[in-house]
Write a new protein. Structure first.
Ligand code: PGA
Length: 229
C-alpha cells in the first residue's frame, strides 16, 4: 500500500501568486494538503485531495471565526486534522473537545486525522505510551468508525529533532495494538528532505505529516521520490 504524504501548510503561505506557482509545480503529485482555510478551494480546484487544519465542534450557527465540517465537506474537503498540538496549545483544546470534533467530522464524512504525541518532559520521563493511550482513549470515546492517527511528538515539531526509527516503530506498533481494526498511523515532526530516507525505512509507518519542509517544492519533490518510489 502506498504511503500517504500529508502537507500541513499551517499559516505559512500568504501570497496568492506564490501559491499558484507552488500548485502548478506540484501538479499531479499524490499529496494531501491542509492549506489555510481561505486557500482551500484554490487547492481543490487544482485537483489535490485536501483537508482542513481544524474544525468547529458545531456544524453551523453563530460561531465567528470557526470552520464548519459540513461546509468544508460541501466544497470538496475529504479530511481534517484534529488535535494538532498547535491547536491544542493555542486554543486550549481539550481531549473532550477533540472527541466532539471527531464525531462531527465523521458525521459529515470528513476523515479525522487525530494528532497525538508527548511533550519533552513526558518523553524524558518515559511516559510516551501512557500519554498517547490516554489521548487516544479520550479522543475516541464512543467512536467506532475508523480514523487515521498521526504520531507527532511535540518536541519534534519544528525543531529539527526526531525520535530514532526504533522509537517511532515501537510507538506505532503500540498505537496499532490498541485497535481491533487495521488503523493507519503516520509520523510527523521535522520530516525533511534530509531525514526522509532514514524515516522511510520504518516498516510499520503508513505515511508522513509534513510541515515546514512541505513549503519548498524541491524538498517536497525529494520526499515524494523517496516515499512513493
Ligand atoms: P514540522 O511540522 O514538519 O514543521 O515539524 C509538522 C506538523 O506540525 O504537523
Amino acid at each position: 500500500m502506498e504511503k500517504l504524504i500529508l502537507v500541513n501548510l499551517k499559516m505559512y503561505q500568504t501570497d496568492m501568486a506564490q501559491i499558484e506557482n507552488y500548485l502548478n509545480k506540484l501538479k499531479g503529485k499524490r499529496l494531501i494538503f491542509f492549506p489555510m482555510i481561505i486557500h482551500l478551494e484554490r487547492f481543490i480546484s487544482h485537483n489535490f485531495t485536501c483537508g482542513t487544519q481544524n474544525i468547529s465542534t458545531h456544524e453551523s450557527g453563530a460561531y465567528t471565526g470557526e470552520i464548519s465540517a459540513k461546509a468544508a465537506q460541501n466544497i470538496g474537503a475529504s479530511c481534517t486534522l484534529i488535535g494538532h498540538s498547535e491547536v491544542r496549545q493555542n486554543f486550549n483544546e481539550t481531549d473532550e473537545i477533540i472527541n466532539q470534533k471527531i464525531k462531527i467530522s465523521l458525521k459529515n464524512k470528513l476523515i479525522p486525522i487525530l494528532c497525538i504525541g508527548e511533550n519533552l518532559n513526558q518523553y524524558q520521563a518515559n511516559q510516551t505510551k501512557m500519554v498517547i493511550k490516554n489521548q487516544i482513549e479520550k479522543a475516541l470515546k464512543d467512536i467506532t468508525e475508523p480514523v487515521i492517527i498521526s504520531y507527532e511528538p511535540l518536541w519534534a515539531i519544528g525543531t529539527g529533532k526526531t525520535p530514532t526509527n526504533e522509537e517511532i516503530k515501537d510507538i506505532i506498533d503500540y498505537i496499532k495494538s490498541l485497535f481491533n481494526y487495521k488503523i493507519k498511523v503516520l509520523y510527523g515532526g521535522s520530516v525533511s528532505q534530509d531525514n526522509i530516507e532514514t524515516l522511510n525505512k520504518i516498516e510499520n509507518v503508513d505515511g508522513f505529516l509534513i510541515g515546514k519542509a512541505g513549503l519548498d517544492v524541491s524538498c517536497l519533490t525529494k520526499i515524494i521520490e523517496v516515499v512513493q518510489k
